[in-house]
Design a protein around this ligand. Structure first.
Ligand code: XUL
Ligand code: CO
Length: 464
């Protein structure tokens, strides 16, 4: 039998009572697992506070709205508000109490949520809208009390059976309309909460089989949908960034937002490149056969870099395991691309990461986040070291120096034809010689920066 609402509220007065204090910086020597080893919000890195570089967010879905189930078994986690029989709006309240207790104790600035993470679907659309509005009022109060801010909001257009064949790309226009109505409500809610971004992840925007799918129609529908969302953003004066989150597959066999390049091509084809940026998830990049830092570099190079969903996959399998990130080596390369491009504007690192099913203790949610945050902080120090040292940047610049003057500049300016180039080469004036790409040397420089980041923080900046 499920708990009644009243009993649940009592349980969650201090849901994380085994973590009595906010998580503090303990440093590398600390033996307290509930302390940060590297992350110091106020520590200056390249003249900017660590907290402002990383802009960390907790996600409300994996951490508070998922019971620890998998395809072979039911939930294992201790999440009383997800128990059967709990009155849905009481469950929503107690879930938010626990989530904001967690965010405040972790001491990070942001959170992210889907409409369905916080507000139950009602029997009618009107009831669903009323549920969302009431819960948004509670979120507002939690934000005012704790100082937590909304990094981004999003609508869940993938869980309900109505979206089985897609939301915007559904063969039925009624489903398109329903999805549009849901996004309209959630974009309004995101604006009301001062959200910095609004994200669209097209989990069901794709196909299971081409035998029943009209690719060109679905692309046109998707473009119309994203245009409507951008128009509404301007209509209500939402100042945040619209983000598309690429993923190649899962749940559908093929998703249209396969990777950053596919999203960019789509935006350009439909005149939407000024309206949307990307929210890059590390495990989605690896699912698409890319490194995470490739996706970051691609987005930066094409002016669509927005935000990050931090997590990692497992090299031994090919799905979205969404584990907490723990590799400084890998993250340092992504941080290097982000920081050298000037860092986040409205984006940040959202922990779209979930505990393993056996991580049953309430404190495990802290351990996952603390480890992930420390890994990001350490990767930031490594990236800053690489930038300060400058050798990698200088090598890259020097490798392309020929394109800034003489022959290279005139080719790029369109001053010389194919015939002209043949004449230049034929006259014997051009004799290219292969030069070393120096990959091993550059990799050694990265490792040097990783090892050098062991140095303790300078005394004057060690607050936080
Ligand atoms: C799914 C995923 C989503 C989006 C938001 O793989 O990453 O949680 O981040 O809908
Ligand atoms: Co994600």
């Amino acid at each position: 039998m499920g708990l009644k609402g009243v009993e649940v509220s009592r349980v969650v007065d201090q849901f994380f009572s085994d973590v009595p204090e906010p998580i503090a910086f303990g440093g590398l020597e600390s033996s307290d697992p509930l302390s940060f080893k590297v992350y110091q919000p106020d520590r200056l890195v390249l003249g900017k506070r660590m907290e402002d570089h990383l802009r960390i967010a907790v996600c409300l879905w994996h951490s508070f709205n998922w019971p620890g189930s998998d395809v072979f078994g039911t939930g294992t986690f201790d999440r009383p508000w997800l128990a059967s029989g709990v009155e849905p709006m009481a469950a929503a309240r107690t879930k938010l109490d626990a989530a904001f207790e967690f965010i405040a104790k972790l001491g990070v600035p942001y959170f992210c949520f889907h409409d369905r993470d916080v507000a139950p679907e009602g029997r009618t659309f009107a009831e669903t809208r009323a549920n969302l509005e009431s819960v948004v009022g509670q979120i507002e109060a939690h934000m005012a009390r704790t100082g937590a801010k909304l990094l981004w909001g999003t609508a869940n257009l993938f869980s309900h059976p109505r979206y089985a064949a897609g939301a915007a790309t559904n063969p039925d226009p009624a489903v398109f309309a329903y999805a549009a109505a849901q996004v309209k409500l959630m974009l309004d809610a995101t604006q009301r909460l001062g959200g910095q971004n609004y994200t669209l992840w097209g989990g069901r925007e794709g196909y299971e089989t081409l035998l029943n799918t009209d690719l060109s129609r679905e692309e046109a529908q998707f473009a119309r949908f994203l245009t409507l969302v951008a128009e509404h953003k301007h209509k209500i004066g939402f100042r945040g960034t619209l983000l598309i989150e690429p993923k190649p597959q899962e749940p559908t066999k093929h998703q249209y937002d396969y990777d950053c390049a596919a999203v960019h091509g789509f935006l350009v084809r439909h005149g939407l490149e000024g309206e949307y940026r990307v929210n890059i998830e590390a495990n989605h990049a690896t699912l698409a056969g890319h490194s995470f830092h490739h996706e970051v570099a691609y987005a930066v190079a094409n002016g669509i870099f927005g935000s990050i969903d931090a997590n990692r996959g497992d090299y031994q399998n090919g799905w979205d395991t969404d584990q907490f990130p723990n590799s400084v080596d890998e993250l340092a390369l992504a941080l290097y691309e982000i920081v050298r491009a000037g860092g986040f504007t409205t984006g940040g690192f959202n922990f779209d990461a979930k505990l393993r099913r056996q991580s049953l203790a309430r404190a495990d949610l802290f351990h996952g986040h603390i480890g992930g945050i420390d890994t990001l902080a350490r990767a930031l120090l490594v990236a800053a070291g690489m930038i300060e040292q400058g050798a990698i940047e200088r090598f890259r610049e020097q490798r392309y120096a020929g394109w800034s003057e003489g022959l290279g500049a005139s080719i790029l300016a369109g001053d010389v034809s194919l015939e002209g180039l043949e004449a230049l080469v034929g006259d014997g004036g051009i004799e290219p010689r292969p030069v070393s790409g120096r990959q091993e040397l550059l990799e050694n420089l990265v490792n040097q920066a990783i090892w050098a980041a062991d140095r303790p923080a300078p005394k004057q900046n060690s607050g936080g």
